[in-house]
Design a protein around this ligand. Structure first.
Ligand SMILES: Nc1nc2c(ncn2[C@@H]2O[C@H](COP(=O)(O)OP(=O)(O)OP(=O)(O)O)[C@@H](O)[C@H]2O)c(=O)[nH]1
Ligand SMILES: [Mg+2]
Length: 587
């Protein structure tokens, strides 16, 4: 590679506090980039003294970051905290590794690193922090010729998690996490430090991390996700905890594993970063120490918030909607399902396309794809817009097609009932036991995406006359259903609103069932077509507590109580369904 002057300048950036630096001082600092020490040494005495001399001259601490080959990759003026490598520039090694970079830091009047320095060590997962306190009164005699020098040094490094029994990382505060996840070794004379083998040290340390890590997790696939809950004053504490538990479930369903939870109480979300500055740091630290490669927030984030958070934390940051979209994408099997999921994903992505970093805003290429001066981003936007328009068109066709099918059924005068309810209520199980349909039912959120309709014959207990109805099982609801999904799934949701009546199934064994009922009503209320009358049916009574059943009976005296999987209460349900259909069709 030819090193052009501009490239050299880029490579040799001096970080940190450069105020008042003279040109020749800057040159001295830049020259550090050309130094190299043996890769198997923490430092050489000469290199340490050279840093001490520069530090003395500047009257400021100096930090040099070395890779494992002993090459400086970053030089900064200031403390390790002030010169640290931003998360997105760090190589990602994961929880079982260190970052492959050590920091040599001179220090003025401080014998050992403090919380700030140890935080920087933990945030970056540095191989080690080599602390070089200056002695010799160099600063007192600044300009007087005699420089400060380094006599002794100490090493700080990360501790593998088991070295810390019983540490509750999930709720540990910032400084507590740092204090327990790092250690500072006793100070030794510089000469003896220079004789120690650095590579042996770092290999042993990493072996411990690797052992820990393999003991901790068996599943190396899938994302390791750190959850973040923000309890704003408009959220009831119970609703907040419910939402967080639901997010945990969603992440799990999406195939990720939750490695920890961070909570914050705020009157309202921080406009730039949702949580406060200190909390962002705690999140970054925990993500590092627990090897998370993704951070999921329990609320929707603006595109700018996602960008800011990713910059500070250094992992992918997703919001609740993105997790739900991901589950939908994994579940979609049918053409219609895939079509609607793709539309929802693009509608979600569109506003988030702006300023996705330098890479996307560079000039685009390709004949006929751009006007003069148009950027690649705009080209991409237009391509996506075209795709969205085409998918919208296809969804319209799907909607029309399903409409025709319904009309044909109505023509045969078979009334239809749609089973609605919160996701995982047991809707598919119920359709299966009532009609021998063969629908996938599982203890998962959004097991069903595509509607299935089956004929069910109900017998009038008095006249013994049979009456057929069509029963439709469809996608489950969730609170705060993401708007892109509402729009994309309108063809599917229309099956619900176009039905003559609804069977609203509720999982009574779920402690938050009242909130689920409210969420379903809210979504139905938002639909363009007013849905028909609803029969409330409580499911899973086999797993519900006696109190829950009592409460539900009290609050909803007309509801039906069943256990679909145990075929309990199905007779009553059939009678009530017949009544519902009579009522809905005016018959
Ligand atoms: N204990 C108990 N579990 C049930 C009952 N009915 C269904 N389940 C279980 O609840 C889970 C969800 O059932 P599904 O039928 O897939 O629920 P769904 O409403 O179709 O869910 P989505 O399609 O994901 O929205 C499954 O594990 C079922 O076995 C019941 O009466 N009692
Ligand atoms: Mg289902």
């Amino acid at each position: 590679m030819v090193v052009t002057p501009i490239l050299r300048w880029l490579i040799e950036t001096i970080h940190g506090d450069l105020k008042g630096l003279k040109t020749n001082q800057l040159k001295q600092l830049k020259r550090l980039y050309h130094q190299r020490i043996p890769g198997d040494r923490f430092t050489t005495p000469e290199f340490a003294q050279r840093l001490a001399a520069i530090s003395t001259e500047l009257d400021k601490p100096v930090c040099v970051y070395l890779n494992r080959r002993g090459q400086p990759i970053r030089v900064g003026v200031g403390t390790p905290r002030q010169t640290q490598i931003p998360p997105q520039e760090l190589p990602r090694y994961g929880a079982e590794r260190l970052c492959g970079i050590r920091c040599l830091a001179t220090a003025i009047d401080r014998e050992a690193p403090g919380t700030g320095e140890l935080t920087a060590l933990a945030l970056q997962r540095l191989d080690a922090l080599v602390w070089l306190p200056l002695t010799g009164g160099g600063f007192a005699r600044r300009g007087g010729g005699v420089g400060g020098y380094v006599r002794s040094a100490c090493i700080a490094h990360l501790l593998p998690p088991t070295a810390l029994p019983g540490l509750a990382l999930a709720n540990a505060s910032d400084s507590a996490t740092v204090a327990t996840s790092t250690t500072v070794l006793p100070s030794v004379p510089l000469e003896s430090l220079a004789e120690q083998d650095f590579l042996d040290f770092v290999t042993d340390l990493e072996a411990e991390f690797a052992r820990e890590f393999s003991g901790q997790s068996t599943d190396t696939e899938g994302d390791r996700v750190l959850l973040v809950g923000v309890q704003t004053s408009d959220r009831h504490p119970r609703a907040f905890e419910d939402g967080l538990a639901e997010l945990d479930r969603l992440v799990d369903t999406a195939g990720g594993s939750v490695v920890g939870v961070v909570r914050q109480k705020r009157s309202r979300p921080h406009p730039q970063t949702v949580v406060g500055e200190g909390k962002v740091e705690e999140i970054a630290l925990q993500a590092q120490s627990q090897g998370a490669n993704m951070v999921a927030f329990d609320r929707d984030l603006s595109p700018a918030q996602i960008r800011n958070l990713e910059r500070f934390i250094g992992t992918r940051v997703v919001d609740r909607t993105e997790v739900i979209l991901d589950i939908f994408a994994q579940r979609a099997r049918s053409g219609a399902g895939k079509l609607q999921v793709e539309l929802a994903q693009l509608e979600y992505l569109m506003p988030r396309l702006t300023g996705r970093g330098q890479a996307m805003s560079r000039l685009g290429g390709g004949i006929g794809t751009r006007g003069p001066g148009e950027t690649k981003l705009e080209t991409e936007r237009r391509a996506i817009q075209r795709r969205i328009a085409r998918l919208q068109q296809e969804v319209n066709e799907l909607q029309a097609h399903r409409g025709r099918l319904r009309q044909r059924r109505q023509h045969h005068e078979i009334p239809s009932v749609a089973i609605v309810g919160y996701t995982n209520a047991g809707k598919s199980t119920l359709l299966n036991v009532l009609t021998d349909a063969d629908i996938y039912a599982a203890d998962q959120l959004f097991a069903t995406l595509d509607p299935t309709t089956r004929r069910l014959t109900l017998t009038d207990p008095v006249s013994q006359e049979g009456r057929s109805i069509l029963l439709t099982d469809t996608v489950g609801f969730i609170q705060e259903l993401p708007p892109p999904l509402m729009d994309a799934f309108r063809a599917t949701l229309e099956e619900v609103t176009e039905a003559e009546a609804l069977l609203h199934l509720v999982d009574l064994s779920h402690p938050s069932w009242p909130r689920h009922v409210a969420a379903v009503h809210e979504i139905l209320g938002d639909m363009p077509i007013v849905p028909g009358p609803e029969l409330l049916v409580f499911n899973k009574i086999d797993a519900a507590s006696a109190e829950a059943i009592e409460l539900a009976k009290e609050q909803c005296p007309h509801a039906v109580f069943i256990a679909a999987s145990d075929r309990l209460g199905l007779e009553t349900l059939r009678h009530q369904l017949l009544n519902l259909v009579h009522y809905a069709t005016g018959g």
